[in-house]
Design a protein around this ligand. Structure first.
Ligand code: ADP
Length: 482
């Protein structure tokens, strides 16, 4: 019922362990736009996760022993499969996640780009020889695959967060166990099906759905797993880091953000409005790099607010599969409740609702795109990630003041700055305690750049050649007696 795919076999309701699709479809996957169950997936736990780790462990030596070019060929075939099925994948993604179909297609292309990039990059993983301390010896440094990796991913980018971890890991010769978010397992399992069709050997990629805590505990506790790569909330990231301590595992964390978006009075206002819409309302505000605090300088504050209001009013709200829709439903009732609480708290603190500020007449988890004026640093919306379609405007006067406010956060993922003054552009982007800065742009994500944060936003980098490092280990061989 419901999902009409060109290739119906991409709707996979079983987990992938050791090259076989296993488990009973019991756990419902719900379309957030309609509340209807679109499919079911297995509810597996520690036993299945352990079996998957053992399959990955068994597959590791042969996969690691292949030449980089051979692994690249398989990854390239996976990329081609994803590209060929992009329409079906996007429809599956929108149906379980809610984002507009155009955005889902964008995500599938973005996800595929990581597979393509790391297929290419596999051939460029290199070591070095260093100056030796002995005349009769040479220092040889090689990069080796670290082993089995565990990847835990969130629901906001059901495809890209998987390929961004798995593609570099597989490229260097690691094997993987993936636990997708319970809200969005279907995109993950479809990617698994396509990996099998691409010729990925059994056990190299395993995907297990079910009990997050139990599967996570296997990943952090099993000695064969050498790195746990996690994208999600700071709270869960912190827990995984602690769980990984007894086995001294590497953890790669991409956690929450609370992005400042700063508009100086010399900015190109039209560009700033366009950037704010992209940075704030993409995925209904549910990305970790979404602008959360919009700081606007005095002289342009009112003009920016009125142009932004016009742009927000034009955002069409509805199911992601409906043509023209720019804003879908929020992922679930919990997300809706958080957005409502943040808006209520801001209003109680003196902010004005210029637009929205309430649930959307569509019902369900639809929320009206909102503009708040007069936000202040003590409000929840200033201190916590809202993860919803609420643009909160903070008025500021000078550069130092806004830098201090922007940095007054425990997180440090993405920041955005609009200015045409070259000196200010450098000063401010260097002063911001963030892993990424969008200067005169609201869109920063690409497979070609290192994505990641500082402070409690985590410390790993994904994308670009830096994205290989989490999955490599350096070996030093002293070649003596020459
Ligand atoms: P959100 O609140 O946005 O869903 P989470 O951090 O809770 O963010 O979820 C991100 C991922 O972490 C999901 O795949 C989820 O199932 C998983 N997860 C949640 N709790 C745990 C846990 N205790 N151990 C391992 N993974 C977990």
């Amino acid at each position: 019922e419901g999902l009409v795919l060109d290739d119906p076999s991409l709707l996979v309701e079983r987990c992938l362990i050791g090259g076989r699709f296993v488990g009973d479809p019991v756990e419902p996957v719900v379309d957030p736009a309609t509340g209807r169950t679109i499919a079911r997936v297995p509810r597996l736990g520690a036993e299945a996760a352990t079996a998957a780790v053992e399959q990955a462990q068994a597959a590791f030596p042969a996969w690691a022993a292949r030449t980089a070019k051979e692994r690249a060929t398989v990854l390239r075939a996976w990329f081609e499969q994803i590209r060929a099925h992009r329409a079906d994948l996007a429809l599956i993604l929108t149906s379980e996640q809610g984002k507009p179909l155009a955005e889902a297609l964008g995500e599938i292309d973005y996800a595929a780009a990581f597979v393509e990039y790391y297929a290419e990059e596999a051939k460029r993983v290199a070591g070095e020889t260093l100056a030796s301390h002995r005349a009769d010896a040479r220092i040889l440094v090689t990069r080796e695959p670290i082993g089995v990796i565990g990847a835990i991913t969130p629901w906001n980018f059901p495809a890209a967060m998987i390929t961004r971890k798995v593609a570099p890991a597989l490229a260097v010769g690691c094997t993987a166990l993936v636990k997708p978010a319970p809200e969005t397992p279907l995109t993950a399992l479809a990617l698994g099906e396509l990996a099998v069709r691409a010729g990925l050997p059994p056990g190299v990629l395993n995907i297990v759905t079910g009990d997050a805590a139990a599967i996570g505990a296997v990943m952090t506790g099993h000695p064969a797993v050498r790195v746990v790569s996690f994208t999600g909330s700071t709270e869960v990231g912190r827990r995984l880091m602690a769980q990984a301590a007894p086995t001294v595992k590497r953890v790669a964390l991409e956690l929450g953000g609370n992005a400042p978006f700063i508009v100086f009075d010399d900015a190109d206002l039209d560009a700033a409005v366009e950037g704010a819409i992209a940075a704030k309302f993409r995925n209904m505000g549910q990305t970790c790099v979404c602008a959360n605090r919009l700081y606007v300088q005095d002289a342009v504050h009112d003009a920016f607010a009125s142009r932004l209001a016009t742009a927000i009013e034009s955002l069409q709200v509805g199911p992601g599969t409906e043509p023209g829709v720019a804003q879908g439903p929020l992922i679930n009732a919990r997300a809706l409740a958080k957005v409502e609480a943040h808006v209520a708290d801001a209003v109680a603190g003196g902010a004005t609702v210029a637009l929205g500020g309430r649930r959307h007449p569509r019902g369900g988890t639809f929320y009206a795109p909102t503009l708040l004026i007069g936000a202040t640093p003590t409000m929840r919306i200033a201190r916590e990630e809202t993860f919803g379609p609420v643009a909160a405007l903070f008025r500021f006067t000078d550069e130092e003041e806004v830098i201090a406010q922007a940095n007054a956060s425990e997180t440090g993922l993405a920041a955005y700055v609009y200015t045409r003054d070259l000196g200010r552009a450098f000063r401010v982007s260097e002063a911001l305690e963030y892993g990424m800065v969008g200067l005169n742009t609201g869109l920063i994500s690409t497979e070609l750049a290192p994505f990641g944060g500082v402070k409690q936003s985590g410390h790993s980098r994904e994308g670009s050649h830096h994205g290989l490092e989490d999955y490599c280990t350096l070996k030093y061989v002293l070649v003596a007696g020459l």
